[in-house]
Design a protein around this ligand. Structure first.
Ligand SMILES: Nc1ncnc2c1ncn2[C@@H]1O[C@H](COP(=O)(O)OP(=O)(O)OP(=O)(O)O)[C@@H](O)[C@H]1O
Ligand SMILES: [Mg+2]
Length: 530
């Protein structure tokens, strides 16, 4: 068993470092548990500092949790189906007081290629969910977080102090019966640079079998562990003509196509002669071909050839090395170029969203594009469909030239907000009711139109007694706000909402009928079931 798992903290008190942040997180949990919904919690910080661990410890404080991998696109559908949409129309609480924690780990993803829809989905979840959400990310400045972080309570998790890492390593050495040189432990703590995961992994690699740790052991490991940083590699390719050096520098823990983009981006910054630049780009284009082939055939031995071209090929394209300092940049321009050239990508992205939502193959989805264009002529329908499929602006543009008018967007969003307000009021009410009937728990089905009070069902629980006291003022607050007034308001809102939605669905149905007639196609009849 990996020691990172074996020694993963089970409780807040086991998490080392970040004392202030820990308090903030604990307060956030406490608030939720006392019936004060909080903003989504976003834990941002470097690798191996305990973000995922925090999320799991928090999960234990709630009655249930779902964890989704944010870099896996399918996750968004799961979220939208189980949380995003239903959270706003249906309660998750079988018993009140019980919250389902949603964990979205690593929301900044890996390289964020075509996953822009993900950011939008996350934004939607944050806005609409009535459940506590914890997200984690490494890079505070990631583009993916720009909009997300404004809607979250951001807690920055810092590197763990060397002394704390040192102390924990000592404890683990003791438990694992490792004879460790204190200097070696100190050195390992220092080298881990605040990353507890790396400290634990290194310790396990060295000492799991040998049961000893010395400074010499540490040296031998660090020589093997020479993964390069991407900028070092790019610099080496551009600055060197030594084949071995260049080959070595490309032994990177990175997606090689990403490295290629970095090299391509920086060629004209370093190379000055036009013929060198031309030669170097020819090498890049060869590498690109091999990457394409590797991807198509799923035969990744082609990567080796690609690496030769983008590394050695680019390196030897120059006559001699330049004695100058070049500021290297990220692969932005190249990535943008990639995007504009990617009409096919756009098509595939949309097809993927449709196929996942509507359970059809990509090619059937693509064959529906002409019908989509017809449906998108109608502003309301365009909004509904894009909202349902979580289409991005550029994806919407594929089906209609004009943007959806702002007035339509505002109206639609307002309608959605109203639905949400009703749900939130319901949630607060039910929380309130639960306190009143305490000790007890509440089960209600918010899909039903019955009065909440009538559908309450009191069942035994010992949970709520514990916390009923400090909640009293909160209870009164909620009482004041949400008793009779909000009941009536809610009911009338609900009635008018239902009326509207009946109207709307009639209207939509007739529109759908029309577009169906035009193309005499019955297939999409039941597809968009808003
Ligand atoms: N603050 C901490 N206290 C104790 N152990 C820790 C701490 N942070 C990390 N660890 C150890 O390192 C392992 C990995 O930590 P975790 O998965 O929480 O890191 P992370 O911050 O989510 O990293 P990443 O950004 O790479 O996802 C844990 O299983 C645990 O063993
Ligand atoms: Mg993590």
């Amino acid at each position: 068993m990996r020691w990172t798992e074996k020694y993963r903290p089970k409780d807040f008190k086991d998490i080392i470092g970040n004392g202030k942040q820990k308090k903030e997180v604990e307060a956030w949990v406490k608030n939720w548990k006392e019936g004060n919904p909080q903003q989504c919690l976003l834990l941002v910080g470097p690798a191996g500092t305990g973000k995922t661990t925090f999320a799991h410890v928090i999960a234990k404080e709630f009655s249930d949790s779902i964890e989704l991998n944010a870099s896996d696109k399918r996750s968004y559908d799961i979220i939208m189906n189980t949380v995003g949409e239903s959270a706003t129309t249906k309660s998750f609480f079988t018993t009140d007081n019980e919250h389902k924690l949603i964990i979205l780990d690593e929301v900044d993803g890996i390289h964020g290629n075509d996953d822009r829809g993900g950011t939008r989905a996350i934004g939607k979840i944050i806005k609409e969910s009535v459940h506590p959400i914890v997200m984690t990310a490494n890079d505070f400045y990631s583009k993916r977080l720009t909009t997300i972080k404004t809607k979250c309570k951001v807690v920055k998790i810092g590197k763990i102090h060397t002394n704390s890492v040192n102390a924990l390593l000592k404890r683990i050495c003791f438990k694992e019966k490792i004879k460790a040189d204190p200097q070696a432990i100190k050195e390992l703590a220092k080298r881990s640079n605040g990353d507890m995961r790396s400290a634990l992994n290194t310790l396990q690699v060295i000492a799991d079998d040998s049961k000893k740790l010395t400074l010499d052991d540490l040296e031998s490991v660090s020589q093997k562990d020479n993964t390069n940083n991407i900028f070092d590699s790019v610099r080496r390719v551009l600055k060197s003509k030594s084949i071995d050096k260049v080959k070595n520098s490309l032994r990177l823990d990175e997606d090689p196509t990403f490295v290629m983009e970095y090299i391509a981006e920086n060629i004209p910054r370093e190379y000055e002669k036009p013929e060198e630049i031309k030669k170097a780009y020819e090498m890049i284009s060869q590498a690109d071909l091999y990457f394409g082939r590797a991807q198509q055939s799923r035969n990744y031995t082609y990567w080796r050839y690609a690496s030769e071209f983008m590394g050695v090929g680019v390196a030897i394209s120059k006559d001699e090395t330049y004695k100058k300092f070049t500021r290297l940049t990220g692969a932005m321009a190249f990535a943008l170029m990639g995007r504009t050239r990617g009409k096919r990508d756009l098509r595939d992205r949309i097809a993927l969203k449709m196929s996942e939502k509507l359970h059809m193959s990509n090619s059937v989805a693509i064959s529906m594009f002409p019908y989509m264009e017809i449906m998108f002529e109608n502003d309301d329908l365009a909004w509904d469909i894009s909202n349902y499929l979580l289409l991005e602006d550029d994806e919407i543009k594929r089906f209609r030239k004009r943007k959806i008018p702002k007035s339509v967007v505002t109206r639609k969003e307002k309608e959605r907000e109203e639905e949400l307000a009703i749900e939130r009021a319901k949630y607060k009410n039910s929380f309130n009711e639960n306190i009143q009937t305490s000790p007890g728990t509440l089960a209600f089905d918010s899909n039903s139109n019955e009065e909440l009070n009538e559908s309450d069902e009191v069942i035994n629980s010992s949970k709520s007694t514990k916390s009923s006291k400090p909640r009293k003022s909160e209870k009164e607050k909620i009482n004041d706000k949400t008793s009779k007034d909000s009941e009536e308001e809610k009911q009338s809102k609900e009635e008018s909402r239902e009326e509207e939605s009946r109207e709307k669905s009639k209207e939509e149905k007739s529109k759908e009928e029309k577009s169906k007639e035009v193309k005499k196609d019955n297939a999409q009849k039941s597809l968009f079931n808003f």
